[in-house]
Design a protein around this ligand. Sequence first.
Ligand SMILES: Cc1cc2nc3c(=O)[nH]c(=O)nc-3n(C[C@H](O)[C@H](O)[C@H](O)COP(=O)(O)OP(=O)(O)OC[C@H]3O[C@@H](n4cnc5c(N)ncnc54)[C@H](O)[C@@H]3O)c2cc1C
Length: 471
Amino acid sequence: MIDKTGKVDVLVIGGGNAALCAALMAREAGATVRLLEASPKDWRGGNSQHTRNIRCMHDAPQDVLTESYPEEEFWQDLYKVTGGVTDEDLARMVIRHSASCRTWMRKHGVHFQPSLSGTLHLSRTNAFFMGGGKALVNAYYRSAERLGVAIEYDAPVESLELDGGRFVAAISGGRRIEARACVLACGGFESNREWLRESWGQNDLGEWPGDNFLIRGTRFNTGTLLRFMMGCGADIIGDPSQSHCVAIDARAPLYDGGICTRIDCVSLGIVVNRQARRFYDEGEDFWPKRYAIWGRLVAQQPGQIAYSVIDAKAVGRFMPPVFPGIVAPTLEELAVKLQLSPETFTRTVADYNAACRPGTFDHTMLDDCATQGLTPPKTHWALPLDTPPFTAYPVRPGITFTYLGLKVDAQAAVHFGGRPSANLFAAGEIMAGNVLGRGYTAGVGMTIGTAFGRIAGARAAASIGKLHAAA
Ligand SMILES: Cc1cc2nc3c(=O)[nH]c(=O)nc-3n(C[C@H](O)[C@H](O)[C@H](O)COP(=O)(O)OP(=O)(O)OC[C@H]3O[C@@H](n4cnc5c(N)ncnc54)[C@H](O)[C@@H]3O)c2cc1C
C-alpha cells in the first residue's frame, strides 16, 4: 500500500475516534494511509476508549433514539452551554452531520444500544455505543486493518516539517515520515500537567489549582503538536483555561479513571467546599447539560476540593460511582469524617433545609422544588437533607479535554495567518474549541470528532486527488 519511497498519501497522527474516522475516510477514498498512535497497543484509542455515547440530531425516532431532536434544538442547547462562544456555521455543520454518520459508523462495526438506565434524559438525544468507547475504537481499528491502513503504536510524533503552510513530514522517535497530506487528531493538552499549571496560574491563596486536577482519560494527550503548531504560527482558537472538566471522586487515579469516577448526585443534594459552604446552584439545569461546569467550579474552591452531600432519599436515583460514599448517621458525624467544621456544616444544611419550598419532586423535568431567599439558590430538585444516613463524596476537578486548539474551517484545514493549509487538516479535541468555546453538553465531543474526523480524512484524500464517494 505504501509506495517504494515509503511515502504514503495521508498520514494520520493520533489513534482515537477522530484519527480513526479520518484514516477510514481517506482509505475509503483510495488513499494510502498510515496512522501513528503515541500509546502502546493496549492503551490505544485515547480518550475515545472511555466514551459511551454520541449526541445526534434526528427529526423522527431512529432505532435507539426516541422522539426527535431537531437541528434547532441541538443548536440552542449548544448555544446555551457555550454562552455563544462557538462558531455557528461550523456548529450547525457538525449537528447536521450527526443525523447521518451512524450509518457509516455501523458499516465499520460500531453497534448502538438504547441509553443506559441511570443516565437521565439521554434516550432522546444520545446514541450509546454497545460495549462503550473501547468497543468502538476496537471496531474502527479492525476495519482500518482490514482496509490496509498501516498502524504504528508507541509512535509519538514530536514535531512536523512544514514548508510555509504545507505539511512535508512528521518526526517521530528520530524518524522522518513523509506524506502528501496529514491529519492532526492527537487530542488536547489535558495530560500535560505543566501546561495545566501554567494555564490555571496561581490563585489568591497562593495555590496552583492545576496541580490538583485529575486526568479522566489518557496520559498521552500532552499537546506536543498543538504547542509545536503554535510555535509555527498556526492560527489558534480558545482560552487555555477552558476545558471539559467535571467533578470526579477525589480518590480517582491520576489518569484513565474513566467514567466510573464521575459523581452524578450533585443535583440531588448540596455541594460544599472545604469551609463547609455551598458555592453554586446545584439544580441549575439537567445534569447532562450542567455536569461539565462542576470541575471548574471545584477548581475555584480552596484546596480544589468539595463534597457532594445527599441523604437517603437520593440513593438509587443516580448512577452509583465506583468508590463507596462516606456515610454517617448524623450531619455532625459526617462533618467530622470529612474533616469539615461541624458547626458551619450543620448551619449550611439547616439554612438550606429551611429555604426549601414544597413542590413536586421530579428529577426527569425542571421541577418546582426550589429554595427561596438562599444564596446561592438551588433552583430545582431542592429537597431538604433530612433523612439519614447521610452520604458524601469528595470531589476534585477531573479534566476531560482542553478547548485551546487549532483554528479550522469547514474543510477541517489548519490555518496560518488566516489562510488554509493545502494539505494539513485537524480533527477532534485538537480543534474542538472552534465549536466549544466553553461549557459542554453530553456526547458532543464524539459528535465533533466524528464529523471533523470524517471531513478531515476526506479532504486530506481530496487534496491529493482522491475523492470519497460520500464527500
Ligand atoms: C472518561 C471520559 C468519558 C467521556 N465520555 C464521552 C462520551 O460519552 N461522549 C462524548 O461525546 N465524549 C466523551 N468524552 C470526550 C471524548 O473522549 C472526546 O471528545 C473524544 O474522544 C476526542 O476524540 P479525539 O480522537 O480527538 O481524541 P482521543 O480519543 O483522546 O485521541 C487522541 C489520540 O492522539 C494520540 N496522541 C496524542 N499525542 C500524540 C502524538 N504526539 N503523536 C501521536 N499520537 C498522539 C493519543 O494517544 C490518542 O490516541 C469522554 C472523555 C473521557 C476522558
